[in-house]
Ligand binder design. Structure first.
Ligand SMILES: C[S@@+](CC[C@H](N)C(=O)[O-])C[C@H]1O[C@@H](n2cnc3c(N)ncnc32)[C@H](O)[C@@H]1O
Length: 259
């Protein structure tokens, strides 16, 4: 499996960290002792947690070697562990906050995943999760159209390409079976990112959503052809504003619940 490219990911660090900041702002614990950041990536979300609660012990876990190495190189005040979120996480101990920003969308079975996160929480602990609602991003239409092009379809057909994000109702039912229903907050936000060019949207996609597509395609030539055709399709979806900027709307789902 292709690994993440942390430098390309961090090209849009400001935009990608904004939802982490918004999620943190809705967690009301004053003095948490231990915080877990699941799918911490290159450590940008973990760093925001550290800024908000400097006295807490914070652990970031991620199953990408390149992302964990990048996080360790950027932030030496936090512990980053190469670990998969679907493993038994109980050896890490209990936490006052279990946090995950833009990370669990590719993991299946969110019902059991959320239950396993719940089990990691101390009494009065808070679970805080953000997931992209990728099907509502305009660029996604262009990508889905490409999947049906014959020369790519044969390689993509049996691959896990979809995000596993479900509806707010689905998450409400799981959260309300575990947490105090009065403590549950669920909301969506559409971020309107102003991009310098279409190329930026392509780079954003290259660093995240396109990774499993590139992994499935057999060689550099087809990958490059796929990228060019995706770019051409993006031109049909996005038009520049009068100042040349392109508005990239990205919708996200937020979940917060307290024990
Ligand atoms: C879009 S990045 C988000 C990084 C960071 N949390 C942020 O706010 O920018 C998604 C991260 O989730 C990680 N990830 C995906 N599946 C995972 C899994 N099963 N276990 C641990 N980490 C996972 C990826 O390796 C990647 O670093």
């Amino acid at each position: 499996m292709l690994d993440w490219n942390p430098d390309l990911y961090l090209k849009f660090e400001k935009e990608r960290t904004l939802p982490a900041k918004d999620l943190i702002s809705r967690v009301e614990i004053v003095n948490p002792k231990r915080i877990l950041d699941i799918g911490c990536g290159s450590g940008n979300s973990t760093h925001e947690l550290k800024k908000r609660w400097p006295n807490a012990e914070i652990v970031g876990i991620d199953n990408s070697k390149s992302m964990v190495e990048k996080a360790r190189s950027l932030y030496d005040d936090t512990k980053f562990i190469l670990m998969d979120a679907t493993e038994d996480l109980s050896p890490l101990g209990k936490f006052d906050i279990v946090f995950s920003n833009a990370a669990i969308q590719r993991i299946p079975d969110h019902e059991n995943l959320i239950k396993s996160f719940y089990d990691l929480l101390n009494d009065k602990g808070v679970l805080a999760i953000q997931l992209p609602l990728i099907d509502e991003v305009e660029a996604q239409k262009a990508l889905y159209e490409l999947e049906y092009v014959k020369k790519y379809k044969q390689y993509l057909d049996d691959k896990e390409l979809r995000f596993n994000t479900k509806s707010p109702d689905f998450y409400y039912d799981i959260l309300s079976s575990l947490f105090n229903p009065n403590s549950i907050y669920i909301w969506t936000t559409t971020y309107t990112h102003s991009m310098d060019s279409l190329d930026d949207i392509l780079k954003w996609y290259e660093s995240t959503t396109l990774v499993p597509y590139f992994d499935a395609l057999p060689n550099e030539e087809i990958i490059s052809n796929f990228k060019n055709n995706f770019y051409i399709k993006l031109k049909n979806v996005y038009s520049p504003r009068p100042n040349g900027s392109i508005l990239f709307n990205y919708k996200r789902l937020f979940l917060v619940a307290s024990k």
